[in-house]
Design a protein around this ligand. Structure first.
Ligand code: NHW
Ligand code: EN5
Length: 384
């Protein structure tokens, strides 16, 4: 049933994986030295995201053609500064920002990206990988088997750097999920969510009652909570490493990576910390990224502003209190909804903070690395 995926080093859908490790082992000699062949009308390009024009081309392709919900009512609208941030972490390679243009018009019609990451699997194996994201084929070129060509080309360019594994997520089921996770949503602006049909007015609930039910705390609960600063990074890196070590699939981040991924950036990343006044150590942190969605064909609302839960660690306060602050801060930041997955310890606050399950799932995958299927609560990795 999978003409492409059946040829790739991933477990079959029905495989029972017992032992963790690479599925195939190759060397540089086995890697093709020329790019994959594209249909004659198209050409490969590298997108230079330091160039505003090329970055804008990526933005526009994704804004018009990237992921939609099952009913095609919302489409992710990753912002330009978000894309630049997501594509340029420490040690990123420009060659891994791959586009396909129409030769004649130079129109960008497809994209795929890889960024480097170290991922700990089963708490014992530290694996140098890439994270694959932003695979997109223009709507007019769908179902022409272009996606497998993009995937093979990025695999080749990653392999040329002597990297043989990848992590990625998708809304659809492919061979074979490491974990199958669920999206949960907490409304912050219920009136707008109803007007956009993101949510519906429950039976026997008036708009004024719905608004009341979704109020957030008027004040923060965590004493001294404030935005992350660069001076916090050594301590925050230790806190993250210790916290993430309990998860079966989690990134390992250097100080440089922690600052890249968590530095507060307006309309991209929010990260707040609690610091022990005696020691100066970061004891707690919460973070969320900004990912709006275009509301497709709505006369009143063009975009929905969503916060996506990122890394949250509570040691001096209960996790529910820390997340009450995250919701308070997101509401203050004018977000319409706060989204999270059922990964980490998130089930500890999902009910209490009135999150409701969405209609979308998120499947986690590894390329060329077999490992036992994991519960969502064993997952310690968030991909953008
Ligand atoms: S998931 C978001 C993916 N993007 C979208 O959903 C945007 C809207 N859709 C599209 O642009 C986050 C197209 O529908 C796409 C497929 C491009 C999705 N992952 O060209 P064909 C990521 O970016 C398989 C993997 O005819 P199309 C993660 C499908 O199963 N495979 O379809 C990306 C079929 O193969 P099969 C996917 O609709 C991870 C084949 O593509 C897929 O015109 C990528 C059909 O191709 C998906 N999301 O284009 C893998 N969607 O065997 C990275 C469909 O079933 C692997 N397919 O016949 C690791 C690489 C690096 C390794 C390094 C060592
Ligand atoms: C790459 N890193 O399906 C990721 N979103 O539940 C790519 N549903 O927002 C893969 N259909 O349930 C991403 N409202 C895969 C996700 C694709 C997007 C997606 C879902 C996740 C979503 C909303 C809107 C549904 C619209 C109709 C939803 C109902 C719940 C409601 C929320 C507010 C409070 C009341 C309940």
């Amino acid at each position: 049933a999978h003409a492409f995926w059946d040829t790739q080093p991933v477990p079959k859908i029905d495989a029972q994986v017992e032992k963790s490790g690479p599925i195939e082992v190759k060397t540089l000699d086995d890697v093709r030295k020329e790019p994959l062949t594209l249909p004659a009308l198209f050409e490969w390009v590298v997108l230079d995201v330091n160039d505003q024009v090329q970055l804008n081309d990526v933005y526009t392709l994704l804004n018009e053609n990237y992921v939609e919900d099952d009913d095609n009512m919302f489409r992710f609208d990753y912002s330009i500064p978000f894309l630049k941030w997501a594509l340029q972490p420490p040690h990123y390679l420009k060659d891994w920002h791959i586009g396909v243009r129409v030769k004649e018009s130079k129109k960008l019609v497809a994209f795929i990206s890889a960024i480097p990451a170290t991922i700990n699997v089963d708490k014992t194996d530290s694996v140098k990988m890439v994270e694959i994201n932003f695979l997109c084929v223009h709507k007019k070129l769908r179902e022409k088997r272009l996606a497998p060509v993009l995937i093979k080309e990025i695999t080749r360019r990653v392999n040329l750097q002597n990297i043989w594994q990848a992590a990625y997520t998708a809304g659809i089921v492919l061979p074979k999920p490491v974990a199958s996770c669920r999206y949960y949503h907490r409304s912050l602006n219920p009136k707008k969510l109803v007007e956009c049909k993101f949510s519906s007015l429950p039976p026997r609930v008036s708009m004024s009652l719905l608004i009341k039910l979704n109020r957030v705390e008027e004040n923060t609960k965590c004493p001294g909570i404030r935005p992350l600063t660069k001076a916090d990074v050594p301590s925050a890196t230790r806190l993250l490493a210790k916290y993430l070590s309990q998860y079966s699939l989690a990134p390992s981040m250097s100080e440089e990576e922690v600052w890249h991924w968590l530095a507060p950036q307006k309309n991209v990343m929010d990260c707040y910390v609690v610091v022990d006044p005696k020691t100066g150590e970061v004891t707690d942190m919460c973070s969320f990224y900004t990912l709006p969605s275009s509301v497709i064909g709505n006369p009143k609302h063009k975009t929905l502003k969503a916060a996506f839960s990122f890394y949250n660690i509570a040691t001096s306060v209960p996790l529910v209190d820390l997340m009450a602050d995250a919701l308070h801060l997101a509401k203050k930041g004018d977000f319409d909804v706060f989204n999270c997955l059922d990964i980490f310890e998130n089930s500890k606050f999902i009910k209490e903070h009135k999150f409701q399950p969405g209609d979308g799932n998120l499947q986690y995958y590894l390329y060329n690395y077999a490992t036992q299927t994991k519960d969502p609560s064993a997952m310690g990795l968030v991909l953008l």
